[in-house]
Ligand binder design. Structure first.
Ligand code: ZN
Length: 195
């Protein structure tokens, strides 16, 4: 996990948003390989092992990238220029290396990716029942199936993306109380968070 990403993590518990305090055990360059992240509000501790932060309750993993191939999701995410982070949730995270070549200089966060994806220098891996990321902190979120059709995950994606930037999903079109829809076709939709 990129050490800089730890500034954007939050406790997944349902209390007011709180940062997590990192106690690193092992660093390699700018990657945290092992350590503990602690919440100052509820005192929960989360172990980071083999570069992966698992906050618990992750749904079953899909190895199917679905319709959101790197070639499709790159333009839909609409990222121009380097910097910040793009979050890939579920199957699309399996091809993060191809996405990386399409969005150079953008940090990639793989959430609940296929088991073939391991924490390493160029990608940060999170597993859990929600996005353990701060509100309005990411440049884009891509929700593979079934996450893109799950209202709870769509709300989470809309929460973490920066105002005016995009959420892309595969699944049923989300409610307009959460997402301002820009386009949808063939089971894929793209929009910006409604705040
Ligand atoms: Zn907490």
């Amino acid at each position: 996990m990129f050490i800089e990403l730890t500034d954007h993590l939050r406790c997944p518990e349902d209390h007011e948003e709180a940062f997590l305090v990192l106690l690193p055990d092992r660093l390699e360059g700018r990657s945290v390989i092992a350590g503990t992240l602690g919440c100052p509000v509820c005192d929960r501790r989360f172990e980071l092992r083999d570069g992966v932060l698992d906050t618990g309750g992750a749904p079953p993993v899909s190895n199917d990238g679905g319709a959101l191939t790197p070639e499709a999701l790159g333009p839909l995410a609409g990222l121009n220029g380097p910097g910040g982070y793009l979050v890939l949730v579920g199957g699309p995270a399996g091809r993060w290396q191809d996405v990386a070549t399409l969005v150079p200089g953008v940090g990639l966060v793989a959430v609940n990716p296929p088991l073939s994806v391991h924490g390493e220098d160029a990608v940060s891996v999170l597993r859990g029942s929600r996005l353990a990321l701060k509100t309005a902190s990411m440049r884009g979120v891509v929700l593979g199936a079934p996450f893109g059709g799950d209202p709870a995950w769509v709300r989470e994606a809309a929460r973490v993306v920066l105002p005016g930037l995009r959420v892309v999903g595969e699944g049923s079109t989300p409610g307009d109380d959460v997402i301002d829809l820009m386009a949808s076709a063939d089971g894929v939709w793209v929009g910006t968070p409604r705040r």
